[in-house]
Write a protein of this length. Structure first.
Length: 555
């Protein structure tokens, strides 16, 4: 597909949404609710979770730092739902958390009415007390820089204990631990178009320290500045309290240009408490906030690499094991019906139709495993389904489907279900691309299977090795089998670890059960299957420190 055609499929813009609430219902007896907001967008009539904010303790008026970035299509009605919960446990399920209210709206209404404030509703449509939610939106202007920063402070006011106790602390150092000191953290906010301040980042809490040094952190410049480096940034220092009523020690206002100007001079700002400043005639400050390090790093997007000439090479791996059933019978997962494609054909068509737009030569290797293959009829776990081992390429997705249909009657389904040979086949090409040290070639392996992997240990090892290469693996499970073991490979709960203890450098596997999409269109399967690929591509080139092939300068 031509570049102009590809660009026409790119959303008109991206918008970033920030959430805050007031007067939430209180579901806790001895304290206040611990709210978290969950955002959904409607796709194909089904609500799909976009993400969740952080969980803020003990407050009925949360101002969430976690934002949401959504594609904005002017020509579509994009329905959005936000649900607020009181989170009192560590499980990811929401069914065991207290529901505090929801709103349903559209992205168009949010954008045109920002800031949009609505009353929260219960599921029966009645008001959720006085609870309200405010959604602020801002266009993502694609400032793709990331700011790496390290902050510390000196001589902060102590917010712990009575004034008398604080005096004792100053006079008798040995008693400091008895009375304790402030537990400071920093909160970074950016000024929105309506003049309000939106929290965008919080540091960790440093316990019992009036001269704390916080861990280095990084934040996208777009999130911190809203796309304008001249935008005001507020840095507030708080003393953390378990009851959620954090005490303001002081604050300062700055901007990215100031940060850059002052860093060479030893960037320092007086930490000012407005209340103390207004009441005390000789008030100077409540401590000093210091920026020890600031580095601006260019961060490229998936489209930056695509527009830079990145080719995504697509390989299909097909399971021909006997558990699929006799292909001559309609009950088989490999049964070829000229009027109704089987699940293998549907998966190839759905995923391949999207990926083929990013492969310049439209030539796709199609491999099979787990069958007895002519002419010797010996079991093979890596064979070209066109039976030409020197040229396993098929012309376009149509060519893959033709080769698959022609292959079925010529092989004998057998077993076992071994993934490793297919993975290693793609690995050898990805290793060549890695040695080229350019952002020109990335590889995606689609494996379609009906059963549990037989060589799970070797497969895990192969995936861990692949994690340092320019490649991703997509697994689509077809049929009624129990695919719970596949969650090990998907590794959404953490990076995969091989049997010898080696940890994957990044997450490169996405697993999808085909049956979850039996009642929706193929475009929904493709969206789910390919959801993580852009992030995986960017993660690889970021770790490899490679900029887009046609751009200049280091990544």
């Amino acid at each position: 597909m031509a570049l102009a055609q590809r660009m026409s499929r790119v959303p008109l813009s991206k918008v970033e949404l920030f959430l805050s609430c007031t007067d939430l219902l209180n579901k806790d007896v001895s304290s206040k609710s611990d709210p978290c907001a969950v955002m959904y967008i409607q796709t194909g009539g089904v609500w799909k979770e976009v993400g969740r904010t952080e969980n803020i303790k003990n407050t009925l008026n949360p101002n969430f730092a976690q934002s949401f970035e959504l594609d904005y299509y002017f020509e579509e009605v994009q329905r959005v739902q936000v649900c607020v919960y009181d989170i009192d446990n560590k499980t990811s399920a929401l069914s065991d958390d207290d529901f505090l209210g929801l709103i349903e709206t559209t992205l168009g209404q949010i954008v045109s009415g920002s800031p949009l404030t609505r009353g929260l509703l219960l599921r029966n449509g009645k008001p959720a007390g006085k609870g309200q939610i405010t959604i602020r939106s801002q266009e993502d202007t694609k400032v793709n820089d990331v700011l790496h920063m390290t902050f510390r402070a000196e001589k902060l006011d102590n917010k712990r204990g009575t004034p008398a106790a604080q005096l004792v602390e100053q006079c008798f150092v040995v008693l400091e631990d008895t009375f304790g000191k402030s537990d400071p953290f920093l909160e970074f906010s950016r000024q929105m178009s309506d003049g309000s301040w939106q929290v965008v980042h919080r540091t960790e809490v440093v316990k019992n320290d009036l001269s704390p040094k916080w861990k280095p952190f990084h934040i996208k410049a777009q999130k911190l500045t809203g796309g304008s480096y001249e935008a005001a940034i507020r840095v507030a220092c708080y003393d953390s309290d378990d009851d959620g009523q954090h005490d303001l020690i002081g604050q300062c206002d700055t901007s990215v240009p100031q940060l850059l100007t002052y860093i060479d001079e030893g960037a320092k700002w007086p930490c000012i408490n407005p209340k103390k400043q207004s009441k005390k005639k000789h008030y100077k400050d409540s401590g000093i906030i210091i920026l020890d390090k600031l580095e601006i790093v260019k961060e490229y997007s998936f489209l930056d690499y695509i527009f830079g000439g990145l080719d995504i090479h697509f390989t299909v791996g097909i399971d021909f094991t006997a558990s699929n059933g006799d292909p001559r019978t309609p009950q088989s997962l490999h049964y070829i019906n000229p009027y109704q494609p089987n699940d293998y054909q549907k998966a190839i068509q759905a995923v391949g139709t999207v990926i083929q737009d990013y492969d310049s030569d439209q030539q796709f290797p199609a491999l099979g495993f787990g069958a007895k293959v002519p002419p010797t009829m010996e079991v093979s776990h890596q064979f070209a389904i066109n039976f030409d081992p020197s040229n396993p390429f098929c012309a376009g997705i149509g060519g893959v489907l033709q080769a698959y249909s022609a292959c079925i009657p010529q092989v004998q389904l057998y077993g076992p279900t071994n993934f490793t040979p297919i993975i290693r086949h793609v690995v050898q090409f990805a290793e060549v691309a890695q040695r080229e040290n350019t952002a020109k070639n990335y590889f995606i392996l689609l494996i379609i299977t009906d059963g549990v992997i037989s060589d799970i240990r070797d497969t895990v090892s192969a995936i861990v090795h692949s994690s340092c290469l320019p490649m991703s693996i997509i697994i689509v499970g077809v049929g009624p089998a129990d695919f719970k073991a596949m969650d090990i490979l998907d590794a959404d709960g953490g990076l995969l670890k091989s049997p010898d203890g080696q940890v994957a450098r990044r997450d490169i596997v996405q697993f999808i059960p085909f049956r979850d999409f039996a009642n929706v269109g193929p475009e929904e399967l493709a969206k789910a299957v390919l959801a993580e690929v852009p992030r995986q591509v960017v993660d690889y080139y970021r770790l490899a420190n490679l900029s887009p092939a046609q751009s200049q300068g280091p990544a």
